[in-house]
Design a binder for this molecule. Structure first.
Ligand code: GAL
Length: 302
């Protein structure tokens, strides 16, 4: 297993569950499950994967630093006769189709990020003011993006706003900036935006919860109050964020089901090893988190 970087809240939950499931539920010995940190550096991660290949591991589960490296990595694994399960960072469609056309033992397990974006937009539409909390007739927002090379960041950005415009709501983008999934970066971006745009901002969209927590710090420091004079949504359903949604401190989030993704990834890895047929793509559903179901979600993740 190689994770794009260990220093990522969501991927840490995912990685922990993946190892737990492989060892406790599927019966792998701990010493047979090796997990490495890609440290956010594709060259370094490619080296690690080369080492995995030299050591003749039976199957690889890879969370690439750059999804665009999938064709190269897939060919390396194919040469060595080692199947690969990609997770979390989706290779492009042409690459996924190539696995089918060339009968390559590779698959992707993830979620359709369009769904999470749409749910974020719907959460804003479901607020009392349909997102226009300052009442000036349009929904003005700032968008704090993940790593824009990542399709999760691209789709969440596009589809959150699309949910609003599809519902006939007028929108205005005040700012769109990359926060690389990182809490501290997002806090800075939100702080600067609040200074610059003040009450004009109705909504802070964050591509993930770590960044939403950063934005929340900036919002509170600026003397603003979520759901009273500004809305804030994220994605992932980190425990702290789900608690904040329950306590009316954040508007909403979307559960990025790392249980479902980790289990499917491990099951498909085992299927490859056992010579079973494996499709090229498996998608796990996101779940919208609102005040109504936040308690149930919390029970599952705590
Ligand atoms: C996303 C997740 C982010 C970050 C990213 C890494 O699905 O929402 O928090 O972990 O994956 O690729």
């Amino acid at each position: 297993i190689s994770i794009y970087k260990f220093d990522d809240n969501f991927m840490t939950l995912y990685r922990t569950e993946l190892v737990r499931y492989l060892t406790e539920d599927l019966g792998f010995k701990a010493e047979n499950v090796v997990v490495q940190d890609g440290k956010g550096d594709q060259a370094e991660q490619t080296n690690q994967i080369n080492n995995f290949i030299t050591q003749k591991y039976d199957v690889l589960i890879l969370n690439l630093v750059q999804a665009s490296s999938a064709p190269e990595i897939t060919d390396m694994c194919k040469e060595a006769g080692i199947p690969v399960v990609y997770i979390n960072r989706e290779p492009d469609e042409a690459e996924e189709q190539r696995w089918v056309d060339e009968k390559i033992n590779a698959t992707y397990v993830g979620c359709d990020a369009r769904q999470s974006g749409t749910y974020q937009g719907e959460e804003i539409l479901e607020t009392e003011t349909k997102g226009d909390i300052n009442g000036d007739g349009k929904v003005s927002y700032i968008m704090i993006q993940g790593d824009p090379e990542n399709v999760d960041a691209q789709y969440r950005t596009e589809f959150s706003v699309k949910a609003l415009t599809d519902a006939g709501v007028e929108v205005e983008e005040l700012l769109k900036q990359r926060g690389d999934w990182d809490q501290a970066k997002a806090q800075q971006i939100a702080q600067d935006a609040l200074n610059q745009y003040g009450d004009k901002i109705d909504v802070v969209f964050c591509n993930n919860d770590a960044m939403a927590l950063g934005a929340l710090q900036a919002i509170e420091a600026a003397g603003r109050t979520v759901n009273k004079d500004i809305y804030l949504v994220g994605v992932d359903a980190l425990v702290e964020v789900v608690e904040n949604v329950m306590n009316d401190k954040m508007t909403g989030t979307v559960f990025n089901d790392y249980f479902g993704q980790a289990h499917t990834a491990a099951d498909k890895a085992l299927d490859f090893v056992n010579g079973k047929d494996v499709d090229n793509v498996y998608m796990v559903d996101y779940v919208k988190v609102t005040t109504e179901n936040a308690g149930d979600i919390l029970e599952m993740i705590k």
